[in-house]
Design a protein around this ligand. Sequence first.
Ligand code: MN
Length: 289
Amino acid sequence: MRFCRFNDNRLGVVRGTQVHDVTAALDSLPALRWPAPQGDHFFNHFEALRPRMQALADAMPGMPVSSVRLLSPVGNPGKIVAAPVNYQLHLDESRADKAINFGTQVKTIADYGVFLKASSSMIGASQAVVADWAERRIDHEIELALVIGKKAFRITEGQALSHVAGYMIGLDMTIRGTEDRSFRKSLDTFTVFGPHMVTADEISDPNQLDFELQVNQQTRQKANTAQLIWNVQKLIAYASQAYTLYPGDILMTGTPEGVAPVLPGDTMHARIDQIGEMTVAVRGTHNEV
Ligand code: MN
């Protein structure tokens, strides 16, 4: 199943080019009291919601996906975990290019481990990335992103994929410079997810997916997740050694070679096989409508 969040927080099931409004399925979610439990409320109850969403999608008329405003499929991720330098050719280009490394020594993912991005940086495909940090290079990074579906603490690589709810395209927007990754990659609008989430049962092997990012119709990044240094299972198992992964937590798997700057007015087009494609605008200010 493919589902999206759209317009004013409607829930949609995507079938082909059509989206079916299944927001009524959320009526069965239990009421929340403060403090909310760990995890995203929707993903904490996703398996129970799923048959209701399917039934409503059968009953509700479709409308073109192109006519709706796409938000991030996950509403309230507890954390966004991300992998640094997880493709060899991106490691090579980062070491070779001072405009990427800023004079710092680029180490390996085994040296860095994983890092966290602020959940407040998250947007969906129809919301624009804002590149307004004067005099600083802001890069695109296309990444396979996955959503945790089942609580995971200190699990093995063999157990990892059974804890995944589904997959999305992720964009890890980044200011190049010497500051901590958690700062440079957490500005408002710097984490894009979409266009929808595809449930894990529809992805034959997350480590065998072609993907591509174009800017203004020019290919910038093109790779396959088979080239990941730490594959999907290893990343999940590794992250779970440090902290409990809760339903709705998101993991971004890292970007391949070809990172390059975007400027206000640019249009990014991202595609991952078996997931889909999305177009994301870059703007120069938060004030545009
Ligand atoms: Mn990245």
